[in-house]
Design a protein around this ligand. Structure first.
Ligand SMILES: [Zn+2]
Length: 379
């Protein structure tokens, strides 16, 4: 049985210039590598940033339970000018692997596949290992939902997922993500009755109602936070009254807000709660309202379970780090995994999206060892 070296595989992956949702042959390459060690590979298309579809990969080894999964993405961000070493040459120099995607996150993918190849070679086990690789994590984010839809259709059930995004900061394994806050934007428009400002009683001023609504929303506590997430917070980001006259009461007034919410809320129940507050104030002021929302992402969180503590122990053993469990960082495809228990653990994020992205070779070695130990302890 074949095994793969993490550094060599990472180099091979970096050499595909898979910017935005451009494939350039990388999914075929990965499918070949994974098929050679016994994975069954399926390419799942989703809408790309260009005329061609984005190609995403679902690969599974084994048929039985328990089923551990790895989630990663092969797309990389641009920012390709002024590099000291060409971003797609994947040069190893002075103990570093240089190149776009070395940390975010072709390096992490290579570590997982290397660990899996060695694990499969050395062990007989009951259960399944699957790998989800998306092609649009940095852009459209349609690949992961397309794969999840495919898995639901096929009745595939994942028991635990390791997301390989670069979660580490000062050293590999110092931070492990176990969730992320949700984000939602809203626009509230208040309709009153316009009129001459000298004739009180003949008009209904929507500005008054809007000001009271803002004050009420800002003074209403949404929650006290959770152990791993701060209290949910709503901020107004824009207020607008379209009015050019000094003696005219306007017909309407509007305001925009953004809300970052923790796992105590779902966007749907949060909308209901906010609507209730807004409409109650508006009613008192005899105004009508229109409230619109756009949800960027739901909050999610995996209650630290035995797998998470197992990983924490492995990280301690291999790196000496007492990993901090937290919910920091930007969004990732992890938000599409629904109720699957999961964590994010990958390389360091010190140079991600920057010019001269690079990863210490020693980090790649450490992460591969951690991933190998996760597989060994999981089965
Ligand atoms: Zn990433």
């Amino acid at each position: 049985m074949k095994t793969y070296n993490e550094v060599k595989l990472a180099q091979e992956l970096i050499r595909f210039p898979s910017v935005k949702t451009e494939d350039k042959g990388i999914m075929k390459f990965l499918s070949r590598r994974l098929s050679a060690i016994g994975f069954k590979c399926t390419i799942i298309k989703s809408k790309g940033t260009g005329p061609k579809p984005a190609l995403n990969l679902y690969a599974r080894f084994g048929k039985s339970k328990p089923h551990i999964n790895f989630l990663g993405h092969t797309d990389v961000v641009a920012n390709l000018n002024n590099w000291k070493i060409s971003p797609f040459k994947a040069v190893v120099k002075n103990g570093y692997l240089n190149g776009r995607g070395s940390q975010d996150m072709k390096g992490g993918i290579a570590c997982w596949i290397s660990a899996v190849s060695n694990f499969i070679k050395n062990n007989k086990f009951n259960g399944s290992i699957s790998i989800i690789i998306t092609a649009d994590e940095e852009t459209t984010g349609l690949g992961a939902p397309a794969i999840m839809k495919y898995l639901r259709k096929k009745g595939e059930k994942i028991d635990f997922s390791v997301v390989g995004e670069p979660s580490s900061n000062k050293s590999v394994g110092d931070e492990i993500r176990i969730g992320r806050r949700g984000s939602m934007n809203g626009i509230v428009t208040i309709y009153g009755k316009s009129g001459h400002s000298a004739f009180a009683g003949t008009y209904i001023n929507p500005c008054t109602a809007l000001a009271k609504i803002i004050a009420k929303l800002k003074s209403s506590s949404l929650d006290n936070g959770t152990k791993f997430m701060p209290p949910s917070n709503l901020e107004f980001t824009k207020m607008n009254v379209d009015n050019l006259s000094e003696n005219v009461i306007p017909q309407s007034a509007s305001a925009k807000f953004n809300i970052r919410f923790n796992s105590k809320h779902k966007s749907a129940s949060l909308k209901k709660k906010l609507n209730k507050i807004i409409n109650a104030v508006a009613k008192k002021e005899k105004c009508k309202t229109r409230i619109e929302y756009r949800v960027s992402g739901e909050a999610f969180y995996t209650q630290p379970n035995k797998e998470i503590y197992m990983v924490k122990k492995i990280v301690k053993k291999i790196t000496g780090n007492s990993a901090k469990l937290n919910c920091r960082g930007g969004t990732s495809d992890s938000r599409f995994l629904g109720s699957i228990p999961r964590l994010e653990l990958g390389l360091r994020n010190t140079t991600i999206h920057m010019v001269d992205e690079r990863s210490p070779i020693s980090d790649l070695k450490k992460l591969t060892k951690i991933y190998y130990n996760i597989l060994e302890n999981y089965f």
